[in-house]
Ligand binder design. Structure first.
Ligand code: HEM
Length: 534
């Protein structure tokens, strides 16, 4: 069973930190679940480590919240979303897609045999190369199944009732219902909910359209690599210029991309294999959890909030069971006009009335209630795990992961970044306590509250920073996220950081390529493709 999040962290210089947040020690006979935290055990580094994490800042020894405080803070954070932002809701799931690209361990789809140690290392390291889309490429025996027979196009799937070709992920391999349902994509996490699955589909279409329109004159043997390079560089450009400035203070993003990194892998040779800082993966980039809505105006059929988060789980095959079918029903195909604002690209014909448009929740210290009760199977729990089992609360899980690896606190990271010359202002205790219409700490005991205010869990800290900054990452959070993205792009095989001459060719001009441009290109600018349900 593939679940979200690492079950163990191989941290460079520290070895393997093991834990037990998931269901492997699930409660028996309905008894109270066992303690969630197992002591972080340091094991000998395996010859080929699992995904390579690193520590950007100091260790948070003696600064971690106890279980009682994590439970109460987790409950306070999951009490209700803090309201809408201005960010179109599609960016939430683009963020989830990007996360899976960054944290994808490609070794599962790589052939063990003729792979060099350097390749193996690369396969277990973060980069923004779209390996969650491409696997190890069409020539690799384990990845060939993602591709059409021509070895160039990525496969798309069919929806049912009425049958529509090309509007779902490819499925149908195997002879059991579960196997037929399973998406044929490198990373099953991209079928964890319908919104991220449809985002993955858009990327499949983007690649295929590049293949169809951009390869004139390219020798046959080089066509795939050329297409991948065009796709990857445009995708990176879109992330750097469109996605990142929406979620983080633009000045910080620009500073990192124009002046370079100050805190993370400073001075690394650009082509050295990057690592993934745990401060990013366990705290900074989990910001996306705050953006998730409880309900969407999904399309004409599931309108007015009819596209609930629970249904988006159900109509996927990792978070649900496609509504007991083996194919997605056509009525569930996304209306991308409701997720992205095509007015930005001056396409009034592709806009929907404001009342139909979905905006992400504000980036703040609250997550919506359904994330308190995650589908058990997505977090490795038995299907009969109690509705209120705390291990189903995503906020609690995030806080618990931090404890497991002794993650630096918000204060420690602020001090650390300042010592590296980053210009930022530490949050005061009053700011951390009061926030700005975010989670309320009233339910914590006096001692628990003091612990939170003194040694603030990094995830909570960066969300407080954002809510005090109009819903965009600032200070510590913005810096961690921008530096990690910069390094992940720099270290990618195709890289717009290294190839400074690159300029996008698939958008309206040579400096613009946004997510709406990517979608317009992928769906040929056609309303009938961006929203086939009318
Ligand atoms: C409905 C949407 C989502 C669900 C249900 C979900 C669920 C989860 C779960 C269960 C975990 C593992 C928790 C643990 O440590 O045990 C996780 C990890 C994580 N999530 Fe999400 N998530 C969602 C959206 C997002 C978004 C939008 C982002 C970022 C923009 C994001 C970023 C991350 C990151 C960085 C991790 C840890 C790294 C990893 O993938 O291994 N998630 N998520």
């Amino acid at each position: 069973m593939v679940t979200h999040g690492s079950e163990s962290y191989f941290v460079i210089g520290e070895g393997l930190l093991a834990e037990s947040v998931g269901g492997r020690e699930g409660s028996q006979n309905g008894a109270a679940p066992p303690p969630i935290i197992a002591a972080a055990a340091t094991a000998t580094a395996a010859a080929v480590p699992p995904f390579r994490f690193s520590r950007m800042g100091p260790k948070g020894v003696g600064k971690q919240l106890g279980e009682g405080a994590r439970k109460k803070l987790g409950a306070a954070m999951a009490r209700a979303g803090g309201g809408s932002s201005q960010i179109p809701a599609g960016f939430t799931y683009l963020g989830q897609f990007i996360d899976h690209d960054l944290t994808f361990d490609k070794t599962d789809v790589m052939l063990g045999a003729n792979v060099t140690p350097a390749q193996l290392l690369q396969a277990r390291s973060p980069s923004l190369d779209l390996d969650s889309l491409y696997g190890a490429g069409p020539q690799d025996p384990k990845s060939a199944k993602f591709y059409e027979a021509d070895g160039l196009h990525l496969k798309k799937g069919k929806t049912t009732g009425p049958t529509k070709n090309g509007f779902d992920l490819p499925r149908g391999a195997g002879n059991t219902v579960a196997k037929k349902r399973k998406a044929i994509i490198p990373d099953p996490r991209n079928d964890e909910n319908l919104a991220v699955a449809q985002t993955h589909l858009a990327m499949i279409r983007f690649h295929n359209r590049v293949v169809d329109t951009q390869l004139g004159g390219v020798p046959a043997a080089q066509k795939f690599d050329k297409a991948r390079e065009i796709v990857t560089k445009h995708y990176q450009w879109m992330i750097r210029t469109d996605y990142l400035p929406r979620i983080a203070k633009a000045a910080v993003v620009n500073n990192v991309f124009n002046q370079g990194r100050k805190a993370f892998e400073v001075g690394a040779a650009p082509t050295d294999v990057p690592t993934m800082p745990i401060e990013f993966s366990i705290a900074g980039f989990r910001l996306g959890h705050a953006m998730v809505r409880a309900a969407y105006n999904w399309n004409k059929i599931f309108d007015n909030g009819g596209g609930t988060l629970d249904l988006l789980f159900t109509f996927s095959a990792t978070g649900g069971n496609l509504g007991s079918d083996t194919r997605l029903a056509s009525i569930w195909i996304a209306d991308f006009r409701r997720l992205y604002d095509f007015g930005e690209a001056n396409k009034p014909g592709l806009e929907v009335p404001a009342s139909k448009f979905n905006r992400a929740m504000r980036i703040d210290s609250r997550i919506v209630d359904p994330l308190q009760h995650l589908p058990p199977q997505t977090v490795g729990l038995p299907a009969n795990a109690g509705f209120n089992d705390v291990r189903r609360n995503l906020a609690f899980r995030n806080l618990t992961r931090a404890r497991m690896v002794k993650l630096a606190t918000g204060q420690q990271m602020a001090t650390f970044l300042k010592s590296k010359g980053v210009n930022l202002t530490k949050l005061t205790k009053a700011q951390i306590r009061d926030g700005n219409n975010g989670a309320e700490l009233d339910n914590l005991t006096q001692a628990q509250r003091q612990a939170v205010l003194t040694n603030t869990p990094l995830w909570f800290y960066v969300l407080r920073e954002a809510e005090l900054n109009g819903g965009k990452l600032a200070g510590v959070g913005a810096r961690i996220v921008a530096e990690t993205f910069h390094r992940a792009i720099e270290g990618s095989e195709h890289s717009i950081v290294r190839d400074t001459a690159f300029a996008p060719t698939l958008g309206p001009n040579s400096s613009t390529f946004r997510m709406v441009d990517l979608l317009l290109f992928a769906f040929e600018g056609k309303k009938a493709l961006l929203n086939p349900n009318g």
